[in-house]
Write a protein of this length. Structure first.
Length: 304
């Protein structure tokens, strides 16, 4: 099927899902989509996709459906609710499940799809909105050979790299949760470091320049600190994403009697930021929390 036109639906048209839909359209696929917000649906229509009136309507006769929602509960609802996608899909179709969730939840969803004759690819992704829009995401995927084959036309359009990590759902989710442990810790560390630099009286723009050319740099430092320098806390990825994802990490650690002290500290930083009213703001907002607590000055936050 690679290189041919497929009928593909994208459910969840946030910054990631909309970018993925645009990449699919650019590759020549017939794309429909659904989101709970009218603005997102309008953006898909403007890009050339078909705006569905419900998940089921968007997925009607689709060969592939990418589910790009926040968590396992939303994924379950999109798949199996009264207006869900599973009964509406084309026979033999495949669900590409992209939400970060606990491995056990991915396994359970995969089993339910199999019971109803639908293939399921456990395929959380990484790369951010820019790479979603350019078709260069990294997918950490697991599922049957049949699921990979059925999903290939969409993956070819959306991904720069697809890791095929195993033959059953839950493995991809496990890889993604390790990634999110590191991502959350690195963001928290970046926020702590740049505010510490401000406390020392340093020019934080110059700190950014120096650190990004030094051994202390990380992808998250390089990507998120510009949000702080610009005072731009419009959510590219929200604080609440990391209260969820690091919460999953914490739950798994507790269940496995495995200590995760650094991840736990990062989780507390995101929880404090959410409790201070910034849960829906950009995940670089822990820097603002630290600034408020310590009385340091950061570039003023832009207002909408």
């Amino acid at each position: 099927m690679a290189g041919s036109t497929s009928k593909i639906a994208v459910i969840g048209l946030g910054s990631m899902g909309l970018g993925m839909a645009r990449s699919l359209l650019r590759a020549g696929h017939e794309v429909s989509g659904y989101d709970v917000t009218a603005v997102a649906i309008a953006a898909l229509a403007e890009a050339g996709g078909r705006a569905g009136t419900s998940p089921a309507d968007a997925a009607a006769d689709a060969q592939i459906v990418a589910v790009v929602v926040v968590n396992a509960a939303q994924t379950e609802a999109v798949l199996f609710a009264a207006d869900g996608i599973v009964p509406a899909m084309a026979p033999g179709g495949v669900v590409i499940s992209c939400a970060t969730m606990a491995p056990a939840a991915a396994k359970a969803l995969g089993a339910r799809c199999a019971e109803q004759g639908v293939l399921y690819l456990d395929a959380p992704m990484s790369g951010g909105a820019v790479r979603a829009g350019s078709g260069e995401l990294t997918f950490m995927a697991s599922g049957t050979d049949e699921a990979f084959a059925a999903a290939r036309p969409a993956l070819d359009a959306m991904a720069g790299k697809v890791y095929e990590l195993g033959d059953e759902a839950g493995i991809g989710a496990s890889f993604k949760i390790v990634n999110q442990l590191l991502a959350g810790v690195h963001i928290a560390a970046a926020c702590e470091a740049i505010t510490f630099a401000s406390k020392l009286g340093l020019d934080i723009a110059k700190v950014y320049e120096v650190i990004t050319a030094s051994a202390g740099n990380s992808w998250m430092f390089e990507n998120r600190v510009p949000h702080i320098l610009d005072g731009d806390y419009a959510p590219k990825s929200a604080v609440n994403i990391f209260t969820k994802d690091l919460g999953i990490v914490s739950d798994i650690g507790r269940a496995e009697t495995f200590p995760l002290p650094i991840a736990a500290s990062a989780l507390q930083m995101f929880l404090m930021t959410a409790a201070a009213g910034m849960g829906r703001d950009d995940d670089s907002s822990p820097a603002r929390l630290i600034a408020q607590i310590t009385g340091i000055d950061l570039p003023p936050a832009k207002t909408a």
